[in-house]
Unconditional design. Structure first.
Length: 267
């Protein structure tokens, strides 16, 4: 079994200083990141469907064995009008990562407004048809999806379930650890209760520093996921001013202290 720990995104201007040296050119950020971490979740793909050329260039900057998760385009997850052409274009763009054996899965993150009803369950089936055999992980935001019915349906579709750590509001997904597909997946969003619903800038929601005690809650859960899935991916999304990097290092240290094998970057 394999556990890979990384961050949600790597290209943040506010990481200069806290993470990246002041004199490091922007085009070298990813290689610098990949010298410490073996995986990264690409988030820019949520805002635009990437070109094959862009993903080819990205793949060339990381060593053999490095894996990318790729967040699905928002037209597929948030607008949901006619997803099939967008899914086709999106999956075609992944070819350079797949060919380089640097592709882990697609992360399909739905908004809070995507509730557990018949229409949306049917939509999941449409996505499975569109993505074909590609590994896909589903992140729900609304708590009404958290049921054995949902987990069984995800298993039938061979979709992974995205486990999350976030503020413990009753309406949001709780910190459950469940494996429903070939990829186990965890995202740490931070626990910024004050800014989760009320913020002027999007980054404010993810401005949070975890304590060791908070991360320790997940150590047995991640070990459980690792025992059940061939690949477990863990990403830190509390990205403001490089806090995600610090959290990834914290969790890596805690996992190793419990004799858990954590994959490191390939030389």
């Amino acid at each position: 079994m394999t556990i890979l720990i990384g961050t949600s995104g790597f290209s943040y201007d506010d990481w200069v200083g806290p993470v990246y040296p002041e004199d490091l050119p922007k085009q070298e950020w990813l290689a610098f990141y990949a010298s410490e971490f073996p995986t990264c979740e690409l988030n820019f793909t949520f805002y635009r469907i990437p070109s094959t050329r862009t993903l080819e260039q990205i793949a060339a900057k990381v060593p053999e064995g490095f894996l990318f998760s790729v967040k699905a385009f928002r037209g597929i997850t948030h607008e949901r009008e006619e997803p099939e052409p967008q899914v086709k274009q999106f999956t075609a763009a992944l070819a350079p990562l797949i060919d380089a054996e640097k592709f882990a899965c697609v992360l399909v993150q739905f908004p809070y407004s995507f509730h557990a009803n018949r229409t949306n369950r049917t939509y999941l089936q449409r996505l499975r048809d569109g993505f074909g055999d590609l590994p896909v992980v589903i992140e729900f935001r609304s708590r009404d999806w958290i049921s054995e019915r949902t987990f069984d349906e995800l298993r039938a579709l061979n979709f992974g379930f995205c486990c999350v750590d976030q503020p413990r509001f009753k309406s949001l997904v709780p910190p459950v650890a469940v494996v429903t597909g070939p990829v186990a997946y965890v995202r740490f969003h931070g626990r910024n209760y004050d800014k989760w619903w009320k913020h002027e800038e999007a980054w404010e929601r993810y401005d949070y520093a975890y304590s060791d005690e908070e991360l320790m809650e997940w150590v047995p859960k991640i070990r459980q996921l690792d025992a059940e899935a061939p690949l477990t991916l863990v990403y830190m999304n509390n990205h403001w001013r490089g806090q995600a990097v610090g959290t990834a290092r914290q969790l890596r240290t805690l996992m190793k202290s419990y004799n858990t094998n954590i994959a490191s970057p390939k030389e």
